[in-house]
Design a protein around this ligand. Structure first.
Ligand code: SF4
Ligand code: SF4
Length: 327
């Protein structure tokens, strides 16, 4: 368990998450697997301040082909509507293209989460065309629509690189052709909540359109979850208790039916299974302790979700998930 999580349950006085749930159904998965999220490793060309998986250039955790093959087998059997490939920078996994191609053979909707900057590195410059050829939905992280704010979170020059790549994607038809979907993710840069999603999307579209001639489909606003590097930052800066209290006080019961963990599984680089990427960051595996290898050839069964105080990050205000607001 990482540092922030070890302390989260004990260090904050707010009540346990389960005390706020008045219907058991909301803390169990549905009967069908809708989304398989595959985290192919922690290796990343960047090391962003808010990164909940604490990815970076020195991380060595990389998903092997045996785990990928098991994921594809389970998808063949369970037929989830979406395969969502993430990291780290997923492109840096040596078997990334194999996974994408096989994912497309067993699923009609494949998402790749990218930090954009990686696509300018020589080794990966062919990938925008590869994505377009396979009609991959791209979810790119763009912490802000101005260089100053984004570079503060991601590092010097990352905004300009992102804009350059989005222009390449737009030229390929991304954000214009209905089959080439380009979505963006906004995370707050500190210990505060994201603004209302629809309003922020309008603002992004206006600014990026006017300043750079860029188009995209939707903006997802995501609340920073108090796990990983962001959790460690909260603790270090003395903001953990106040951030957790804010999350708790903003609890919105209407977000419970849409919790992403009710519909998905998150596969770790070593094949361990988690209810979501945040639980993966917090090293909280699914309660049955099964791995992806255990799921091959087995029918899907609803399970109770592994919860903790970090779950308040998904139920504050408009709610939050990998697909943005949930309410
Ligand atoms: S937030 Fe994304 S781009 Fe930044 S270090 Fe983490 S995985 Fe890499
Ligand atoms: S943190 Fe994960 S397990 Fe907890 S509510 Fe959010 S999606 Fe579900």
């Amino acid at each position: 368990m990482n540092v922030a999580m070890e302390n989260l349950e004990a260090l904050t006085d707010i009540p346990a998450f389960e005390t706020k749930v008045d219907n058991e159904e909301w803390i169990h998965t549905t009967d069908k697997l809708e989304v398989m999220q595959i985290n192919v490793g922690r290796l990343c060309n960047l090391a962003c301040k808010h990164c909940h998986v604490e990815a970076g250039p020195n991380r060595t955790e990389i998903m092997g082909k045996d785990v990928m093959e098991a994921c594809i087998k389970v998808c063949e059997e369970q037929k989830p509507g979406t395969i969502d490939i993430t990291g780290g920078a997923p492109e840096m996994n040596p078997d990334f293209e194999w996974l994408v191609e096989h994912a497309c053979q067993v699923c009609d909707h494949v998402i790749v989460r990218t930090n954009l900057a990686i696509l300018l590195e020589e080794k990966y410059q062919h990938l925008p065309e590869f994505y377009a050829k396979h009609k991959i939905e791209i979810v790119c992280s763009l912490p802000y629509y101005r260089a100053k704010e984004m570079d503060r979170v991601r590092g010097e020059g990352t905004f300009d690189k992102a804009i350059q790549v989005i222009k390449i994607l737009n030229d390929l038809g991304y954000g214009k052709d209905p089959e080439l979907v380009l979505n963006m993710v906004y995370n707050p840069a500190g210990a505060y909540f994201p603004p209302v999603q629809a309003a922020m999307e309008r603002e992004y579209k206006e600014k990026l359109g006017n300043d750079f001639g860029i188009v995209f489909n939707s903006l997802f606003t995501i609340t920073n979850n108090p796990t990983g590097r962001f959790g460690a930052f909260l603790k270090r800066s003395g903001n953990l208790e106040s951030y957790m209290t804010k999350l708790y006080q903003s609890f919105n019961g209407a977000t419970l039916p849409g919790l992403m963990c009710r519909f998905q599984i998150s596969v770790g680089y070593d094949g361990r299974l988690y209810d979501c990427d945040f639980n993966q960051a917090a090293e909280l595996p699914i309660l049955t302790g099964e791995t992806i290898f255990d799921w091959v050839g087995k029918p899907f069964k609803s399970r109770k979700i592994c919860l903790g105080k970090h779950c308040y990050g998904c139920t504050a205000g408009q709610g939050s998930s990998c697909g943005g607001a949930t309410e």
